[in-house]
Design a protein around this ligand. Structure first.
Ligand SMILES: Nc1ncnc2[nH]cnc12
Ligand SMILES: [Zn+2]
Length: 346
């Protein structure tokens, strides 16, 4: 990977912890928990990671989760991601988790929560890697189930910064979850929502106006609505864009067609993230590199994307300043890259 991209301090804001389940770990946990997987080998799991759209991915994603059974499993999953994050110089991460995908299989909420939480605490201690946890409701399950999940989460609210909305988007508009999100905000949670990944721009408006989100996850279909573009530009509501995910799930045919540079040029607060890195071919570094290569992003544009993520993070003013200072001193010490100089490979 390009040395600058690997070593520059980074912030990740759109990462499903269940989407970091690499085939090797799925196989190991299947064995450990005596879970029969529908695949004969690790290679066969990897071969199944070919998707036509969001729905075809979600089927594999939810099936894979069946191997996650104990608090130790959730700890091991999270710790493996955090080690990867540390290798890629990620300094702060905001992780989604999907409790309903586990509680509906009979795994108690605290088993899921504590496994993830303990690993996050350990990464803060060992690496100084800060984090926030975001509880996602599955939008293709009834709002009553989301409300029940929110109530299960209340005893753990000190460790959960925000609630979000994910899973199948088409035909599941944010408006269905208005009252759940109102309750979450009354309980002190910030809000985010996946919108405008496969769904129309009207879902982005609903997320903003009805769910009062601080950020939009994906949001790339905002490009179809000039008024929305103007609004996002004016308000600087951030978009957590996931380039490799968008290509794997055929939101864009190829990386060169991705609209993130156009959005960046319009002054929209775009950030780059990995979504489900085990399934989509790369972690944050690979996402930055793939976008940089295909869209010919300059180093200044990469730095702008990283600054946007720091601005959009759910951190204290002090932590934000520290993250910005670390980024700026890294950039200053790595020296200016003249625009005509090709990016060096390592
Ligand atoms: N890209 C994505 N969109 C919606 N729900 C998800 N759950 C995990 N990844 C997702
Ligand atoms: Zn996502």
């Amino acid at each position: 990977m390009n040395e600058f991209i690997l070593k520059v301090p980074k912030v990740e804001l759109h990462l499903h912890i269940e989407g970091t389940l690499e085939p090797e770990m799925m196989w190991m946990l299947g064995d450990r928990n005596q879970i029969q997987l529908p695949y004969p080998s690790v290679d066969a799991i990897r071969r199944a990671y070919r998707f036509q759209d969001l729905q075809s991915f979600l089927e594999v994603y939810y099936a894979g989760m069946s191997v996650l059974q104990t608090e130790q499993d959730f700890y091991d999953l999270t710790w493996a991601y955090l080690q990867k994050a540390q290798q890629q110089t990620i300094r702060h991460v905001e992780l989604f988790f999907d409790p309903q995908a586990h509680t509906q299989r009979g795994i108690p909420f605290p088993v899921v929560y504590y496994g993830i939480h303990q690993a996050l605490q350990e990464a803060q201690k060992q690496y100084g890697l800060s984090s926030q946890l975001i509880l996602c409701f599955l939008r293709d399950r009834p709002p009553a189930s989301a409300l029940q999940t929110l109530e299960q989460a209340l005893p753990y609210r000190a460790g959960i910064r925000a609630v979000g909305l994910d899973s199948a988007e088409r035909d599941y508009p944010p408006s269905h979850f208005r009252f759940v999100f109102e309750r979450a905000r009354r309980e002190g949670f910030l809000t985010v929502a996946h919108a405008g990944e496969e769904g129309p721009p009207s879902y982005i408006w609903e997320a903003i106006q009805l769910l009062r989100v601080s950020r939009i996850d994906h949001g790339v279909r905002c490009i179809e609505d000039p008024q929305l573009l103007a609004y996002l530009q004016q308000t600087q509501i951030p978009l957590t864009v996931c380039p490799l995910s968008n290509v794997k799930l055929r939101v864009f045919d190829q990386m060169a067609d991705h609209n993130l540079k156009t959005l960046l040029d319009l002054g929209i607060a775009v950030t780059i993230n990995s979504d489900d890195p085990a399934y989509f071919g790369g972690y944050l570094g690979e996402n930055l590199e793939a976008a940089q290569t295909a869209l010919h992003l300059s180093q200044a544009e990469i730095v702008q994307l990283l600054k946007n993520a720091i601005e959009a993070a759910f951190v204290s003013a002090q932590r934000r300043t520290d993250l910005l200072t670390e980024l700026e001193s890294f950039v200053a010490q790595s020296g200016p890259v003249p625009s005509e100089t090709p990016w060096s490979e390592s």
